[in-house]
Design a protein around this ligand. Structure first.
Ligand SMILES: Nc1ncnc2c1ncn2[C@@H]1O[C@H](COP(=O)(O)OP(=O)(O)OP(=O)(O)O)[C@@H](O)[C@H]1O
Ligand SMILES: [Mg+2]
Length: 243
C-alpha cells in the first residue's frame, strides 16, 4: 500500500497543574493513499491532538509524523506554513469561512495566498460535487451552516494535498446535512482519488470509511478494514468494559 502519511511512536502531552496529561501515547500508524480512513474514538480519546500533530498545527512531545515525504516533526515554522499550503488540507467541526467573501473566493483563498494557479476544470468538478455551483457568487456568510461546512471541506480538497484531515466535520450538523457532506467526501475519495482522514466519535460516520483506526485513551486500539456500524459499536463497548 502506498502511504500518504504516517506517525512513529507519536506522543503528545500537555502541562496540567504541576503534572502533565498524556493525550496521545506512542501512536504508530499509516494512512493509505486513495482511501477514506476514519480515526474513531470517544470524546477525550486524543483524536484532535493526534491530527493536529500530524498536520503540524501542534508540536509533538516525542515521536515523529510525516505527510508524504515531509517529516512534519522536523520542520521550521516557515516549512510548516509551506506544508499546510501545499501538502495537507484541514477542516474542523465549525466552518471557517470569510463571511463577506463569495463562495468562490473562499474556496480559492488558500491557493491565492500561496500564489498557486487554480485549475478551472478541477475547480468546476469539485464545486459541482459539493453542490455549490449555483452559489459560487453568493457571500459565504449567507449560506446555512451545512453549506458553509461544504465550502470548508471543498477548500481543503481543492489544492489536491497529500492528505485531507477533517476533524469532526459532521459534529455540528443534523443527520441529513451530515449525510450529504459524507456523500461529498466519498466522491472526493472514490471519483477524485483524494486521501482523507476523518476524526469522529460517531460509529455511523466511521462505518462509511474504507478503514477505521480506533483510538482509546490516546492509544491505538484497533485497525479495521471494511467496517460496519454494528461491528464498530460492539468494539467501542468492549473497550469501555475492559477500561
Ligand atoms: N490544549 C490542551 N491543553 C491541555 N490538555 C489538552 C489540550 N488538548 C487536549 N488536551 C487533553 O487531551 C485529551 C484528549 O483531547 P481531546 O479531548 O481533544 O480528544 P478528542 O478525541 O478530540 O475529543 P472530542 O471528541 O471531544 O473532540 C483531553 O481530555 C485533555 O486532557
Ligand atoms: Mg476533538
Amino acid at each position: 500500500m502506498d502511504v500518504a502519511a504516517r506517525t512513529l511512536e507519536l506522543t503528545k502531552s500537555y502541562p496540567v497543574g504541576p503534572g502533565r496529561v498524556i493525550a496521545v501515547k506512542d501512536v504508530t500508524l499509516q494512512i493509505h493513499r486513495g482511501q477514506l480512513t476514519a480515526l474513531l474514538g470517544p470524546s477525550g480519546s486524543g483524536k484532535t491532538p493526534l491530527v493536529n500533530c500530524l498536520a503540524g498545527l501542534e508540536a509533538v512531545t516525542s515521536g515523529s509524523a510525516w505527510i508524504g515525504d515531509n517529516q512534519v516533526t522536523a520542520m521550521t515554522e516557515k516549512q510548516l506554513t509551506r506544508l499546510r499550503r501545499n501538502h495537507v488540507g484541514i477542516a474542523f467541526r465549525f466552518p471557517t469561512i470569510v463571511p463577506t467573501l463569495s463562495v468562490r473566493q473562499n474556496l480559492q483563498l488558500p491557493m491565492s495566498i500561496a500564489g498557486r494557479p487554480v485549475d478551472g476544470e478541477w475547480f468546476d468538478k469539485l464545486a459541482k460535487a459539493a453542490e455549490l455551483t449555483s452559489l459560487l457568487d453568493s457571500p459565504a456568510g449567507e449560506l446555512p451552516a451545512s453549506l458553509q461546512q461544504r465550502v470548508s471541506v471543498a477548500r481543503a480538497v481543492l489544492p489536491r494535498p497529500d492528505l485531507v484531515i477533517l476533524d469532526e466535520p459532521t459534529g455540528n450538523l443534523a443527520s441529513q446535512p451530515g449525510d450529504g457532506l459524507l456523500e461529498f467526501i466519498r466522491t472526493c475519495v472514490t471519483s477524485f482519488k483524494r486521501t482523507v482522514l476523518i476524526a469522529t466519535h460517531d460509529p455511523t460516520v466511521a462505518a462509511r470509511a474504507d478503514r477505521v483506526l480506533l483510538l482509546y485513551n490516546g492509544q491505538l486500539a484497533g485497525d479495521i478494514s471494511r467496517p460496519t456500524r454494528q461491528g464498530l459499536s460492539k468494539k467501542l463497548n468492549e473497550l469501555h468494559e475492559t477500561a
